[in-house]
Design a protein around this ligand. Structure first.
Ligand code: HSE
Length: 438
């Protein structure tokens, strides 16, 4: 690959929220980028779905096309930026670009979580780089941090608030008292949510990012169907209030861990209670934060905007700058993980944490004893119990328990028995309490 007169010719596929941000900010910081990379970063062609759509940025009509293949087939284009979203067509686009030996920049976590193994193999086979800084945590440079700055560490654990939309919704529900639906609408209006926001609220956007972090940390891909993902849809204001009174915040958390003595990798996403004494609990709104524990560096924390046009385009542009420098220096594939194979996921039943359990129970003698017996039979210790005095006479009352560290398999076994008790309602909440020790 060669650059003509140190220009990086960019083919931009997708001119939605992030694509427009990339286009706009490349112009805004053109001089800085040229000074720092030694190249002019020039958008040469843009693929859009609809030529007539009104857009925030003005693009010369002669560089617009409705077919991304025009970018891949254009010999003058050095790098293709994939911002079309989705997975299958994006996979086709990225594969075609790598086959054509064009560097690729993508912010697409779904395509990497599903097809990352194949795409990285292809990137290596074609000795053509695939960059993905924008795929995890928006503007936070976490990919480069884990890949480069922490390369000398064994990664003990990563705990991350890695979905801006969910965090925004939880913060607005907690601090402004607005409804889930209103908060989600705000997040969509601000350009934080995915085109399909169900991926944000059902936890899968964070799940895809957690798979990428697992691969970066341990060199292995886990298949989406092997990890456990729960979203924030069922979080109630009652649980938020109980968590608050116990000294916790509820956050959607991605956990990526591997025990040194076990090759299985723990990757999971779920809303959890985080102690208010931990800095992650104060990460609010669209902000993301990723706590990485390395065996050399110890604890590190990366914080910043996790979604939105400018934050995400900052990450895309950093990859374009790398592409420009690597092209000048004739650096090919920038592979950085020793193995790209599939790994083995730690089954969710074997994962260990503390738990918060809210039950609705009949207010009669002996109920608590029955519940604690079942816990005891499953070797689950009870850390504390709250049974708030009812404000008005009621036959059913909430009962909140905090449980000691326990395997999920044991907790779920105990839950089956507890929910079968006549005095216990089926509607309940079971959330992990993460102490965030590595
Ligand atoms: N929808 C994503 C989020 C965008 O809210 O975090 C950034 O990946």
């Amino acid at each position: 690959m060669e650059t003509s007169s140190k220009q990086l010719h960019i083919g931009l596929a997708g001119l939605g929220n992030v694509g427009s941000g990339v286009y706009k900010n490349l112009i805004r910081n053109k001089d800085i980028l040229q000074e720092r990379t030694g190249s002019q970063l020039q958008v040469a062609k843009v693929a859009v779905r609809d030529l007539n759509r009104q857009r925030e940025v003005k693009v010369a009509p002669e560089i617009l096309t409705t077919d991304w293949r025009d970018l891949v087939d254009d010999p003058a284009i050095d790098v293709v930026v994939e911002l079309i979203g989705g997975d299958e067509e994006a996979f086709e686009l990225i594969s075609a670009a790598l086959h054509a030996r064009k560097a690729v920049v993508t912010g697409n976590k779904a395509v990497l979580a599903k097809h990352g193994k194949r795409l990285i193999e292809l990137s290596e086979e074609k000795n053509t780089p695939l960059y993905c800084e924008a795929a995890v945590a928006g503007g936070i440079p976490i990919i480069k941090a884990v890949k480069e700055a922490l390369v000398g560490n064994r990664i003990d654990s990563i705990y991350g608030i890695i979905n801006g939309t969910s965090n925004y919704i939880l913060t607005r529900m907690t601090k402004a008292g607005i409804s889930f639906a209103e908060a989600l609408q705000e997040a969509s209006d601000k350009g934080f949510a995915e085109a399909d926001p169900s991926l944000d609220v059902n936890g899968w956007d964070a799940g895809h990012k957690a798979i990428i972090l697992g691969w970066l940390s341990y060199g292995r891909w886990l298949k989406p169907e092997e990890i456990s993902v729960t979203g924030i849809e069922d979080i109630s204001s009652e649980d938020v209030a109980f968590a608050d009174s116990l000294g916790y915040e509820i956050k959607l958390l991605g956990v990526i861990r591997q025990d040194q003595a076990d090759e299985r990798i723990e990757v999971r996403v779920a809303p959890c209670l985080i102690p208010r004494t931990h800095i992650l609990s104060s990460v609010d709104g669209v902000f993301n934060a990723v706590a990485v524990h390395g065996n050399v560096v110890g604890e590190t924390l990366f914080y910043g905007s996790g979604a939105g046009q400018d934050a995400t385009s900052s990450a895309v542009i950093s990859d374009l700058a790398d592409a420009a420098k690597n092209l000048i220096n004739e650096v090919g594939c920038t592979g950085f993980v020793p193995q790209g194979d599939y790994g083995v996921a730690l089954p969710i039943e074997e994962t260990i944490s503390q738990y918060y359990l809210r039950l609705g129970v009949v207010d009669e003698p002996g109920v608590l004893a029955k519940i604690s017996n079942i816990m005891g039979e499953n070797s689950i210790g009870i850390l504390s119990v709250i049974q708030p005095e009812p404000k008005e006479p009621s036959t059913h009352i909430p009962l909140v328990l905090l449980l000691h560290d326990a395997e999920y398999g044991k907790v779920s076994n105990a839950m089956r028995k507890i929910l079968a008790l006549e005095a216990v309602e089926t509607e309940h909440t079971l959330l992990r309490v993460e102490t965030l020790e590595h």
